[in-house]
Design a protein around this ligand. Structure first.
Ligand SMILES: CC(C)(COP(=O)(O)OP(=O)(O)OC[C@H]1O[C@@H](n2cnc3c(N)ncnc32)[C@H](O)[C@@H]1OP(=O)(O)O)[C@@H](O)C(=O)NCCC(=O)NCCS
Length: 166
């Protein structure tokens, strides 16, 4: 595999969206219960782009095998230095180091933006071992566990918050 990590462009959106929807349907890492439309996914991309926040894709040849980006953590102005990260790796490419590399690059780019000072990972509490591992490896610390605050597929799910100060 020849892995490349670059800024996302419009031509990658469709494959990125497929990866995202796969994890809505097949995991508890995302608390959406129904897959999202292309428009919703695209609007989120546009918002990130307009806010000058990082949005990366990992490519194997020209295939999108992972995505990582930052969104605002909350809208209220006092949170303006705080962002929430997202990272997803294509199901056929797990455990090859891609998630960790994406996160590392996301942090490196964030360091060049003086408005990014805190990054929060919000991790669903079921099958979270891989996610916790890549965040720890990249300097995140577990700061909170919200008990059974998500509800999906008839189950109450914890949310683990991990934080990195940039
Ligand atoms: C979390 C995720 C991005 C990690 O990506 P990845 O490319 O598989 O991660 P990496 O290969 O860099 O690292 C995963 C590590 O966790 C380990 N791991 C993964 N699943 C594991 C499990 N069930 N039990 C124990 N260890 C596990 C791997 O062995 C690897 O460890 P290593 O660094 O010692 O080799 C990917 O699993 C994913 O997309 N998951 C679904 C969505 C998700 O949870 N996203 C995060 C939302 S915050």
């Amino acid at each position: 595999m020849k892995l490349k990590i670059i800024k996302i462009t419009k031509k990658h959106i469709k494959e990125a969206h497929q990866i995202y929807n796969y994890y809505i349907k097949n995991s508890y890492s995302n608390f959406e219960e129904k897959i999202i439309s292309h428009k919703t996914f695209y609007d989120n991309y546009k918002k990130i782009y307009l806010n000058k926040l990082p949005y990366l894709v990992a490519l194997d040849k020209n295939k999108v095998v992972g995505i990582a980006y930052l969104n605002k953590f909350r809208e209220k102005s006092g949170y303006r230095y705080t962002f929430e990260n997202t990272v997803y790796v294509h199901k056929e490419y797990l455990n090859k180091g891609i998630g960790s590399k994406l996160l590392k690059e996301l942090i490196n780019i964030s360091k060049r933006n003086k408005n990014i000072k805190k990054i929060i990972a919000v991790i669903g509490g079921i099958d979270s071992t891989g996610s916790i591992k890549i965040h720890k490896k990249n300097g995140f610390q577990k700061v909170a566990i919200f008990k059974k605050i998500g509800f999906k597929n008839g189950k109450w799910i914890d949310a683990i918050f991990m934080q990195k100060n940039i």
